[in-house]
Design a protein around this ligand. Structure first.
Ligand SMILES: [Zn+2]
Length: 459
């Protein structure tokens, strides 16, 4: 019996901090109905280590997992974000629906084993290889849903609107034909996905206007309004690259985040992915808006994007979460470590994420839980009644965690060692990882390997 069960944790991270002897009761639907510290273990299944809420991953392009490590060779000229994007376009040309599902399923299994229990999928490959819509326009979205359901990870599906190849409506390039969609077709897809997956507690649907480069003012307004009336999450890439800021200034005389805040009622439903290049005014305004900064430190490092102004953003009360984006790393530990280390390297200070007294690791973990849950628009990220029973049990026998209690445990988790201490993982009341193994990992990996062979074959 995995649903409708009661568990006992000798210690667990509750909303108010670490608690001892915690009874966690889960409804048959997979929701937490009781999280009581100081309780007896009688009649409950004992969890085999310290328990954390599972981490939401707020930004993923699943198919890019199949490209991780392939873009590290120097090309002609400067090897930059823009040459990486060219390779990504060549790769995506071949992707069939079964390939997308195979790659996404492999990725989601890896996420679960690393402690992510839900993901926001920023999904933009909608059409067939020649750019024509599939008979069912939701064909590729269905593959993402199937991959998530098969792996057992919670999903916020964010169909992406992509219409232009630069500010001011530059026509899309041939390599972008699988993404491009008229606004009315996009809004119909959004409604259809909401209808199809209503009543599935592991799935939410939001929208993702790709970026200010790719979506014009009128389309952005239409999509924002469609999401507002149903209170759905809205995610957008913004200010990732210096060149993007320069092009936005040339087009509008505004910086990208400044333009967005001037033209849209940005609030906590919004997740601004990257937002790396901010002026001090933008930093303060973004923090004050309640929107999330969607930080993807390992991808941002891999692509050479730059460093997010975290100290000023935190000082202004800004909220943030983490995403693994291009999946050069699939580990919440590594995202949080890189976030803090990037700040230390540029500021010459330690504990940047925890400017006041206390544990840096715990502050990082808790902020990413809260921000990620908001960005995903699902009741996750907390061991609290009414939230999904998404939890991670840590193996306290790994050397890096031995003898570390409470917030020192999270400092050790984030900053000490390379072992993955995730032992067991539950999503929506169901065990998906036990003793570090996912129940379907062999099947999923065999399909992934076959898909890679197709994708990597010489022409
Ligand atoms: Zn992205």
């Amino acid at each position: 019996m995995t649903a409708g069960a009661t568990y006992f944790a000798s210690r667990a991270l509750l909303p108010n901090g670490w608690a001892r002897d915690v009874r966690l009761a889960v409804s048959p639907a997979g929701d937490l109905v009781e999280c009581r510290p100081g309780a007896a273990a009688q009649g409950a299944e004992r969890l085999r280590g310290a328990v954390l809420p599972g981490m939401p991953n707020l930004h993923s392009h699943a198919f890019q997992r199949a490209m991780a490590g392939l873009t590290e060779r120097a090309g002609p000229g400067d090897d930059s974000f823009w040459t990486w994007r060219e390779l990504m376009y060549r790769f995506v040309v071949r992707l069939e629906p079964e390939d997308l599902e195979a790659v996404a399923a492999q990725l989601y299994v890896e996420m679960l084993k690393a402690g992510y229990t839900s993901v926001a999928e920023f999904h933009y490959v909608h059409h067939d290889r020649d750019g024509s819509p599939y008979g069912d326009p939701a064909t590729m979205s269905e593959r993402i849903v199937a991959a998530a359901a098969g792996a057992g990870i919670g999903l916020t599906l964010l169909p992406v609107l992509y219409q232009a190849n630069g500010f001011g409506g530059v026509p899309p390039a041939a390599g972008q034909r699988r993404y491009v969609m008229p606004t009315d077709a996009f809004l119909a897809l959004f409604e259809e996905l909401r209808r199809r997956f209503a009543g599935r507690p592991e799935i939410a649907v939001g929208v993702a206007p790709h970026s200010l480069r790719a979506v014009g003012e009128g389309s952005l307004a239409a999509v924002a309004e469609a999401s507002r009336v149903v209170a759905a999450p809205i995610h957008i890439h913004v200010a990732e690259q210096v060149r993007e800021v320069e092009e936005c200034l040339a087009w509008s005389n505004r910086r990208p985040v400044e333009w967005l805040l001037d033209h849209q009622a940005v609030d906590r439903r919004w997740c601004l992915v990257h937002a790396t290049h901010l002026s001090p005014e933008e930093t303060a305004r973004l923090a004050g808006s309640g929107a999330l900064a969607g930080l993807c430190p390992t991808t941002e490092a891999n692509l050479g994007d730059g460093i997010f102004p975290l100290p000023a953003y935190l000082a202004a009360g800004g909220a943030w979460g983490i995403g693994s984006d291009s999946h050069v790393s699939v580990s919440p530990i590594e995202e949080l470590r890189w976030l803090e280390y990037g700040q230390r390297l540029t500021t010459g200070r330690r504990g940047v994420a925890a400017p006041r007294l206390g544990s840096t690791g715990e502050r990082l973990w808790r902020a990413a839980l809260a921000g990620g849950a908001t960005a995903l628009g699902r009741p996750v990220g907390a061991l609290e009644p009414g939230h999904r029973a998404d939890l991670v049990v840590l193996d306290e026998e790994v050397p890096a965690l031995a003898g570390r209690s409470d917030d020192r445990l999270l400092d050790a988790l984030v900053f000490a060692g390379n072992a993955n201490p995730v032992r067991d993982v539950m999503v929506g009341g169901k065990w998906v990882v036990r003793d570090g193994r996912h129940s379907r990992e062999e099947t999923v990996f065999a399909r992934y390997r076959a898909a890679l062979e197709r994708l990597m074959a010489e022409d």
